[in-house]
Design a protein around this ligand. Sequence first.
Ligand code: HEC
Length: 110
Amino acid sequence: MIRILIALLLLANAADALAQGDPRAQRGRTFAQANCARCHAIGPVGESPLAIAPPFRTLHQRYPVESLAEALAEGIVTGHPSMPEFRLDAAQINDLIAYLVTLEGRGRAP
Ligand code: HEC
């Protein structure tokens, strides 16, 4: 009985941490929602509105998302004309990458 209670308490704690989330990841998600979501699926499920734009949750299968920092700072040029060139500042990049990490299950969900 005590064990079950402890397990329930631990679960409630974990849910709490998830609900509070990581403020960087939260800002990253807001940024992605505003700037990327009209083409990319930015959440844990769903298809991209623009079929050829990779869902953000699949990016880490191509490369470590941290390696995107440089590309984001210099402006991503994917060679596809429908992908606008973005230049993000360092804080925006940190936020966005913190968010991408949560999609892999490595970080705390926003
Ligand atoms: C107007 C549509 C559009 C918007 C808005 C958009 N993208 Fe894309 N993005 C694309 C398309 C299309 C591709 C696939 C390009 C290709 O495969 O040649 C892509 C590819 C990518 C890739 C993969 C690049 C690679 O070489 O693997 C990343 C990372 C990416 N986008 C990040 C972003 C981020 C971050 C934002 C928001 C700041 C964003 N995109 C906004 C259309 C868009």
